[in-house]
Structure formats: C-alpha cells, structure tokens
Design a protein around this ligand. Sequence first.
Ligand code: SF4
Length: 138
Amino acid sequence: MPEPWYRNGLQFACTQCGDCCTGRPGYVWVNGEEVQRIAGFLQVSLAEFAKRYLRKVGSQVSLIEKPNGDCVFYSGGCTVYPVRPVQCRTFPFWPEILRSEADWTEAATECPGMGRGRLYSAEQVARIRKGEGDAASI
Ligand code: SF4
C-alpha cells in the first residue's frame, strides 16, 4: 500500500472550543452499540433514548440536534464525553479530511486543534480510523 501523504504524522490537540459540536447542522451517526452505551451512561431506557435523541435518516440513525445546529449533547462541553460516538472519537482523522493535504488544511481552518500539539504517527492515525481507540487513548 502506498504511504499516505501524512507519513510523517499529523498534529492534533483539541482545545475544547466546541466549534465542531455547535452551530453546524449535520449528522452524528450512531449504531446500536453506541446507542446502548450512551443510554446506559445517561441511565435512560433505549425506548426513551430513541424518542428523545435519535432520528432515522434513510437506513441510518443519527443523533438529533438542537434548533441552532448544536449537538443535542452539547452544553458548554460534551455531556456524554466518556461514551461519545466513534464519529466524534475519530475526528479529525476522517477519510474525507485525510484524503489530501489540501483537505486537511481546509478542515483545519475550522478547527484550531488541527496542526498543533501532539504528533500522531501515521500508524496511530490508522488505528484511530479503525476505531481501535481515540486521540486521547492512543
Ligand atoms: S473544533 Fe477542533 S479544537 Fe474545537 S472542540 Fe472540535 S476538535 Fe476540539
């Protein structure tokens, strides 16, 4: 397999600014395992969780968001941080962001944590992408 453009690694250190979780209408995809984990963390039944926090989009399921585009679980910070979905854990090491250096640079204009702080090796990035951990644990 050819080496990725970020073969020397990528720097990332979340500043907890919350910009990626607020004011951005979009989808936070969740699977059954993630739903169970978050519902358990919040100590609500799956039925209640689905009613209050989920929406179906085609064949997939997403968290809902607040009318202003904030994540439904954002309140001055992530309120489900220890059990946040894989999509959140793997940011900014998403396929569309890692596609090219230009994509990374463009995404970095909206995330002050990208391109600074801790250096992740290409191998560590690959593990995070596979869901084997997150930026905090790898
Ligand atoms: S935009 Fe970047 S720095 Fe800000 S909370 Fe999200 S990941 Fe962290």
